[in-house]
Design a protein around this ligand. Sequence first.
Ligand code: ATP
Ligand code: MG
Length: 416
Amino acid sequence: MARIETPKRIRGTQDIFGEEQRRFAHIVETFERVRRLYCFQRVDIPVFESTAVFARSLGETTDVVSKEMYTFEDRGGDSLTLRPEFTAGIARAYLTEGWQQYAPLKIATHGPVFRYERPQKGRFRQFHQIDAEVIGAGEPAADVELLVLADQLLHELGIADGVTLQLNTLGDAETRDAWRAALVAHFEAHRDVLSEDSLARLDKNPLRILDSKDPRDRPVADSAPDIDAYLTPEARAFFDAVTAGLDAAGVAWTRNARLVRGLDYYRHTAFEFVTDRLGSQGTVLAGGRYDGLIGSLGGPETPGVGWAAGIERLAMLLEEPAVETPDVVVVAEADEFELAAFKMTAELRRAGYSSASVVTGSPKKRYDKALKMNPAWTVVLSRKDGEASLVERGHRGVFNSESFRTILDPIYNAIA
Ligand code: ATP
Ligand code: MG
């Protein structure tokens, strides 16, 4: 008979189980709790969109659109793309679902995103993000609130130490045009040493050369003019308001004048929370203000600001979360007590205790099996000298047996 090959897991995808799953769940639960503290509403949007949603929002020259998207034609001949990020889909929903009426809209979401990249530590093809956005608020207060949220999240996850908030401004349109011209002149003067990638960026996306990782580009990028000399008074006031807000809220930050978001519609605030604990995958959370994005999707000019963080990268920084253990394990040390054990666990669960029962395997080993689950309490049903017996034992912490006596006694009395 021909051997059947087991299909493989797709490269760059993950089956998240055990400790990894606990890390993952802890991040999502903490994010859900913190976003409520900031009155951000939860939204869910589709995993795939028309390709145009991402192509127009992110821009054809970005790495994501030019190299990383999972794009396919569906059976109806439409070009669809698995979301490589959340912001574009949220902006689309804002326009198509009439969410303008709720502006300023503070929303949060999380879930899988897809990018065709070379898989390595901290880099996957299906990975997961948490995401927070404020749409329809053009004031620096929105940037501050999002950054304070991110900072509190990292603190509550216990990973804020060793993670630094790097902050920059990309100015307003006037600032950016002037700065861009100065950068192009600087890079043109050093064409001969730039990498091929950066030469290609010079026409389309010169700001991106600033954050090039290629060592050939670094000296030219490092000596490039800062934006500061080109900031209009309005753009400077905006940046000052953001930093003053962060200082008032007690959020530490450092200026990184080389930090850019390459897309044309990015304005003002750009930021990354970075760590040196994850090698070259050191950016854990990143975002900025994208006042031109909704316009690029054909909507009315609408300001927006947001960030996304990779759950896998946050998970790698976490302390190992505790293993889940049951409150009560009910052990039937004789087969005749199987149904009573089921009934007890069912009643315990209805009363809000996590519980399991052990009713199979060698009767003598059932108690050991229960202890392996590390329960706070065990309840053992057995027959000794012809008499039915129920023995409860506390194993850790203080457990109030009275509170579940009323659950267990009637069941026990019926079998005794
Ligand atoms: P990088 O420079 O590492 O490629 P990026 O600039 O492409 O990151 P963003 O588009 O800003 O990343 O996405 C926000 C966050 O999502 C990143 O800071 C990172 O934590 C996470 N992330 C991005 N790409 C991946 C990936 N392929 N696998 C796992 N996490 C990722
Ligand atoms: Mg990337």
